[in-house]
Design a protein around this ligand. Structure first.
Ligand code: C2O
Ligand code: CU
Length: 483
């Protein structure tokens, strides 16, 4: 791995601090300074953005002391994707998608993981703010787990929501073969939905006999929009059904497990609302119609069943042809619709001042020959940008290509600030953002957790083609003990 490292931006205000600290009147000077800088200057705007971020993530949960412990083995297995045909997969505990592991906020999750595959692997907890050592990135946060070896993943998730776990080794092949699943972190108080259902979407490239097409990292897929399958399944079923009673209010947790294909959900009737994106509650629930879920992304949808029996479909139409994902069968005696305000995170800042702030890091995305590059480097060559914790950081993604790029950052959430120069009032924390042809997208974040965090395109063929780098969040200065 060829790694060059360089310092990210250094803040002028930060540079002043040691000097000012020597002066007895430091506090006064800083306050006056902020006041002066506050009118339109970068430092003043940044101070405001950081202040607005305070409390934007739910408070770190009080540990319950409860440990949810699961034993999971990755191994070859046989499943039925298309009726009547056997498909050999690689699976967590024999099933694709892998089991939904549910914990409650405050619980510690422990996975005793064993690798019975013929190849090395790891597990990455996509969207979970885990300690860096639990992030599952081979060669960076842990050595890959060899065949026959075990590894224990253990962390206390700080956020309630819908998360995605998957192999992070040779993932164009391993995720495509079935190594993924869902981690749900429940709120401490149950919100009151009639049903809470995980819906994992995947697409499969199968041969006529039902085998997984082994043409992974096909150069055409790598240089175009990745590998798109012809069979779409929800929870492993190509004819997925959900049964609910009239009037039920259901929380649907959509997870896109596809290596490359985005989905645009359509809820024509009855209307539905998105309450969470990438696991995190949004500031205000919004219409779920045309909800874009790029690879690795999640959307939680609040939907109330019609009050009379019948069926309706949830379709996706990212490409021109609409595809049915789920048939909802509304059947049985009606129930009273649970009446409660949809959960939300009213603390998400609007960060309107962010448009005036300079870009700290720009990632230019391009296809160079047959390799994808970020700022001219193609992984395994990369230049790790460094940022400080607790500081507002503005990142620009510039797509100098005609392809899609769902850019994903490990270990942090960001908010979209602007798209192609137009301010965006996102009202959501995300761990990925989808770029279309020639898009320039600005995002803002305040990193909290130190570590080397992967930043890559979640069209996994693009990542395999070099579109991956790392963002290093430096550790906080140790607090000096008072003498
Ligand atoms: Cu789901 Cu590094 O990714
Ligand atoms: Cu990409």
């Amino acid at each position: 791995m060829n790694r060059r490292s360089r310092r990210g931006r250094s803040r002028s205000l930060g540079d002043l601090v040691p000097v000012l600290a020597a002066v007895v009147t430091a506090a006064v000077v800083v306050i006056v300074g902020l006041f002066v800088l506050g009118s339109g200057s970068d430092a003043g705007a940044r101070a405001m953005l950081e202040a607005e971020f305070d409390g934007a993530y739910p408070a770190f949960p009080t540990p319950s002391g409860n440990v949810v412990e699961v034993d999971v083995t990755a191994a070859p297995a046989t499943i039925e994707v298309v009726e009547g045909l056997d498909t050999q997969v690689w699976a967590f505990n024999g099933v694709v998608p892998g089991e939904v592991h549910r914990v409650t906020l405050g619980d510690t999750f422990r996975m005793n993981f064993r690798n019975e595959l013929p190849v090395e692997t790891t597990v990455h907890w996509h969207g979970v703010r885990v300690p860096n050592a639990m992030d599952g990135v081979p060669g960076i946060t842990q050595p890959a787990i060899q065949p026959g070896e075990s590894f224990t993943y253990e962390f206390t998730p700080p956020d309630a929501g819908t998360f995605f776990y998957h192999s992070h080794v040779n993932s164009t092949e391993q995720v495509e073969r079935g190594l993924y699943g869902t981690l749900v972190v429940e709120d401490t108080e149950s919100v009151g939905y009639s049903q809470d259902v995980v819906m994992v979407i995947d697409d499969w490239s199968l041969t006529p006999t039902g085998a997984i097409d082994t043409d992974f990292n096909n150069p055409t897929d790598v240089t175009h929009n990745g590998r798109w399958g012809s069979v779409i399944t929800v929870n492993g079923e190509d004819e997925a059904q959900l049964t609910a009673r009239p009037g039920e209010r259901v929380r649907l947790r959509f997870v896109n497990a596809s290596v490359a294909r985005p989905y645009a959900l359509r809820f024509v009737n009855p209307p539905a609302q998105v309450i969470a994106i990438d696991g995190m509650y949004v500031r205000e629930p919004r219409s779920a119609d045309a909800t874009l879920i790029s690879p690795g992304a999640r959307a939680d949808v609040d939907i109330t069943m019609p009050d009379t029996p019948g069926t309706f479909e949830i379709v996706e139409d990212f490409s021109t042809r609409a595809v049915r994902l789920v048939t909802v069968v509304v059947d049985g005696g009606p129930v009273d619709t649970p009446d409660f305000a949809a959960p939300r995170n009213g603390e998400i800042p609007d960060w309107a001042e962010a448009v005036d702030v300079d870009v700290d890091i720009e990632y230019k995305l391009a296809l160079t020959g047959s390799r994808w590059t970020i700022n001219g480097d193609s992984f395994p060559t990369f230049e790790a940008e460094q940022i400080e914790p607790d500081v507002f950081t503005k990142v620009r993604f510039t797509n100098n290509s005609i392809r899609l790029h769902p850019m994903h950052l490990h270990g942090q959430f960001f908010q979209v600030l602007a798209r192609n120069g137009e301010p965006v009032n996102d009202g959501a924390f995300r761990d990925s953002v989808l770029l279309f042809k020639d898009d320039v997208v600005d995002v803002g974040l305040v990193a909290l957790d130190a570590g080397m965090w992967a930043m890559h395109c979640h069209i996994l063929e693009h990542a395999a083609g070099g579109m991956m780098t790392f963002l290093e969040v430096t550790a906080r200065d140790p607090v000096e003990a008072p003498s």
